[in-house]
Design a binder for this molecule. Structure first.
Ligand code: DGY
Length: 317
């Protein structure tokens, strides 16, 4: 039986599944392991089922025992893992695509609605009481007829586009390459970021975090947006330069933000907290029972497939 380290708790049924296939070292207290502890606990293991909270940087990967052959990340994003370091050590890295598309797109739409319709202020007023309905009370931005720019039209971007279109939004997108017409579903392609941002009344950041996308939304690129645009991020915090975004909110260049992901989670930039127009969630993208179950099962299946065949369809390196 192969031995694996599971770095964070999974839903119980998924831990049972893992224990049925592997000798699994569970983290029953759901402790956030330090890099050193993670290395120590990997001793004697063949693989690691990691989570996005584990920083598997080159230093950590270089210290892993030779017995580790695979890191199966319990997420579609794998920006927490240094792929070059994993390649150098001959360690396979896998992710969990597809199964979280719908849940994450739902949160993407919630961010758009919450930011455009001033949900943070509304919730606070409703809780505090003493509010008075009036014709101009908490007026927000309507989605119907407004232009949604999707940065990264992968599976999640396409699903957000589909729902947003049904809400009357007009879809534009930027990707490295143009999609086929059946995937585009009538959306307008922009071959560069400036062109996309200049038509984005609402921007939805959906692209993976990579060396190319870190701080892509920054002081300079924010200026390409129309004044009073709304910016949402369901992908990774690293893509937005926080100081520039907070400054844009201060100047009302950006009307509102809707964020589910942050640089340095869970310690988001406190500048967001002072803005009533920041609709913020604690990384809930894939947080439904069905999706978290499917993700964990896929992460387990990825390990199993790799151990059995030496390959895996969800290998990313
Ligand atoms: C992912 O899988 O990358 C999501 O952000 C998890 O919620």
């Amino acid at each position: 039986m192969k031995k694996i380290l599971i770095t964070r708790r999974l839903l119980r049924a998924c831990e049972d599944k893992a224990e049925g296939i592997f000798e699994a070292n569970l983290n029953l207290n759901d402790e956030l392991y330090s890099q050193q502890k993670l290395v120590e606990l990997s001793e004697g293991c063949d693989g690691i089922l990691s989570s996005l909270t584990d920083k598997l940087d080159s230093e950590t990967i270089n210290k892993l025992p030779d017995s580790i052959k695979i890191i199966s990340n319990f997420a579609v994003g794998f920006g927490n893992i240094d792929l070059d370091a994993a390649n150098n050590r001959g360690i396979a890295v896998t992710n969990t695509p597809d199964v979280l598309t719908d849940a994450t797109a739902e949160i993407g739409i919630l961010l758009i609605l919450g930011a455009c319709r001033r949900a943070s202020e509304g919730i606070e007023s409703a809780r505090q009481g003493g509010w008075k309905w009036s014709a101009d009370y908490l007026i927000g931005k309507q989605l119907t007829g407004s232009r949604l720019g999707i940065l990264g039209m992968g599976r999640i971007g396409q699903k957000i586009a589909k729902i947003a279109k049904s809400l009357g939004m007009i879809i534009h997108y930027h990707n490295r390459s143009k999609l086929s017409e059946d995937k585009e579903q009538g959306a307008t392609y922009h071959d560069n970021l400036k062109s996309l941002l200049s038509v984005s009344d609402v921007l939805s950041v959906c692209c993976p975090a990579s060396k190319e996308t870190v701080d892509m939304i920054n002081k300079e690129t924010l200026e390409y947006l129309p004044k009073g645009a709304v910016v949402t991020n369901v992908a990774r915090g690293d893509i937005i330069e926080d100081e520039a975004m907070i400054d844009a909110l201060d100047r009302r260049k950006v009307y509102a933000v809707g964020l589910d992901v942050y640089k340095n989670e869970p310690n988001l930039n406190p500048g967001y907290l002072k803005h009533k127009s920041a609709f913020i969630l604690p990384h809930l993208g894939s947080a439904t029972k069905d999706t978290r179950t499917a993700m964990a099962n896929l992460a387990i299946d990825n390990l199993d497939e790799y151990f059995k065949t030496g390959n895996c369809k969800n290998k990313v390196n």
